[in-house]
Design a protein around this ligand. Structure first.
Ligand code: SF4
Length: 325
């Protein structure tokens, strides 16, 4: 009888591989972030967010099936002595950012602890400026270590939380920890004196952009002790578009045509939308006594409707690129 039982659900198989990296820290070549060095302890990310832009990292390795980004995870080999040598070449005034193209606290970190070993070395440094971006409450495992890093360096953790709606989060970020756990992590970190920002990145038009949703998120971030809050609109490069647009077709069919029309034309939203979103966020940040996470000032008339109209075309400035994790 047991052999004849129907399969209810098969657990997704994830392969972990080890990869040799010539260097762990890479200088960011973007003009706007010229003094930033990025560190990505892993390649690929099991959280599998439907909008993830980092899938391009697997394309570089000729792994073109977008699903492989979530199922074939590479852990970078780590050698403390070589990493210390690398750090010696990073000027003191420049910052190190951990987790720009993968989540440094994804499930692989429980086993391989590459992020933890990187932080262990950084804890011996002085005068460094460190940023971490994650969508995982596993970061609180390293509370003591982060506190040690903070003794002689500055460190700031960015928790990405796009919605407080657990069902919606499960849909768009299927294997990431629940939003409530992430917010709890913000609270634990700030109680230990570690500065936190909540990133609502990305904001997906007509999915998680209502004023009520952003208000609840911003308010919860303030209650948890975050110092700042940021939200930025979805952008879809080809690697993420091939996953996100079919996802919209399946789960938000009433929005599919509009998303296709907009994002097939270009990766970034233009027109009123990014301007209105920013205006909405600035207002909420002020309401909840938080700070902005550096961005240019934009001023527009506040829209009357509860959700902004993505599809109203005007020639306004392009949305700024954002770090997402
Ligand atoms: S957006 Fe971040 S957390 Fe989500 S799959 Fe991509 S790298 Fe992982």
């Amino acid at each position: 009888m047991a052999a004849e039982s129907p399969v209810i659900e098969a657990k997704r198989r994830v392969e972990y591989l080890e990869i040799q990296a010539r260097k762990l820290a890479g200088k960011c070549l973007s003009g706007r972030m010229h003094s930033v060095w990025t560190i990505n302890p892993y390649r690929g990310c099991e959280f599998g967010c439907r909008y993830c832009y980092a899938r391009y990292a697997h394309e570089f390795m000729e792994l073109r099936d977008p699903v492989l980004f979530e199922t074939r995870i590479f852990a970078k080999q780590f050698d403390a002595v070589s990493f210390r040598r690398e750090l010696a070449r990073v000027p003191r005034g420049e910052s190190l950012w951990i987790g720009t193209a993968t989540d440094p606290y994804q499930p692989a970190e429980r086993r391989f602890e590459v992020t933890r070993r990187i932080l262990d070395v950084i804890a011996m440094e002085k005068g460094r400026s460190i940023g971490i971006t994650t969508k995982s409450d596993l970061v609180v495992r390293d509370l003591d270590l982060l506190a040690r890093v903070a003794e002689q360096n500055t460190i700031h953790v960015h928790l990405t939380i796009t919605t407080l709606d657990e069902d919606l989060a499960r849909l768009i970020e299927p294997l990431a920890p629940r939003p409530s756990l992430r917010m709890k992590a913000v609270q634990r970190l700030t109680e230990q004196g570690i500065g936190c920002t909540v990133l609502a990145h990305p904001i997906m038009p007509l999915i998680n952009d209502s004023e009520a949703s952003l208000d609840a998120l911003c308010g919860a971030a303030a209650l948890a002790g975050a110092v700042s809050f940021s939200a930025a609109p979805l952008f879809l490069k080809p690697c993420s578009k091939q996953v996100f647009l079919p996802f919209v077709e399946e789960h938000f069919p009433h929005l599919a045509r509009r998303y296709r029309e907009r994002y097939n034309r270009q990766a970034y939203l233009t027109g009123d939308y990014p301007v209105r979103l920013r205006e909405r966020v600035v207002k909420l940040i002020a309401k909840h006594g938080l700070k902005e996470r550096g961005a240019a000032d934009l001023t527009v008339v506040w829209p009357a409707e509860p959700q902004m109209d993505l599809f109203e075309e005007r020639n306004e400035p392009r949305a700024a690129n954002v770090l997402t994790c």
